[in-house]
Design a protein around this ligand. Structure first.
Ligand code: THU
Length: 138
């Protein structure tokens, strides 16, 4: 299902990500990003980047979606699939901070990158190998 980037299973996630992206607050970079997460309980949560005049305060789309998912009851291990959308030719992978934030709640996690015409499927364990998690010290 989520092992095929063209699978229709991605459609509701892509729709949620594009919808969220339309609300991105990106007056500084003009680079609007949308994200969506599917949780084990079947919820789909969207997120967009929220920039700030104090640049480092900026929140990425992925972590916005993750916040919404946790507020909705997501627990560690409960992420099923993730999508990141932008409207540029080169697909946008999650930044390092977002990879780490997703790893906190992910088991094996397919991550679909998409623009209007192209999709590429990755897996979080390939984007963030040897990740540091609570298992390293708990
Ligand atoms: N951004 C995201 O929202 N997600 C990513 O995966 C990469 C970068 C945002 C942060 C900032 O608002 C803009 O893109 C440019 O870095």
């Amino acid at each position: 299902m989520f092992d095929d980037p063209q699978s229709p299973a991605w459609t509701p996630l892509l729709e949620a990500a594009w919808r969220a992206r339309a609300n991105a607050h990106a007056p500084y970079s003009h680079f609007q990003v949308g994200a969506a997460l599917l949780t084990a309980s079947g919820d789909i949560l969207g997120g967009c980047n929220v920039e700030n005049a104090a640049y480092p305060v900026t929140l990425c789309a992925e972590r916005g979606a993750l916040s919404a998912a946790v507020a909705g009851g997501l627990r560690p291990g409960g992420l099923v699939a993730a999508v990141v959308v932008t409207d540029v030719a080169q697909l946008t992978p999650p930044c390092g901070a977002c990879r780490q934030a997703l790893a906190e709640f992910a088991g094996p996690l397919p991550v679909l990158l998409a623009n209007r015409t192209t999709r590429a499927l990755h897996h979080l364990e390939d984007l963030l190998p040897h990740s540091f998690t609570g298992r390293n010290f708990l």
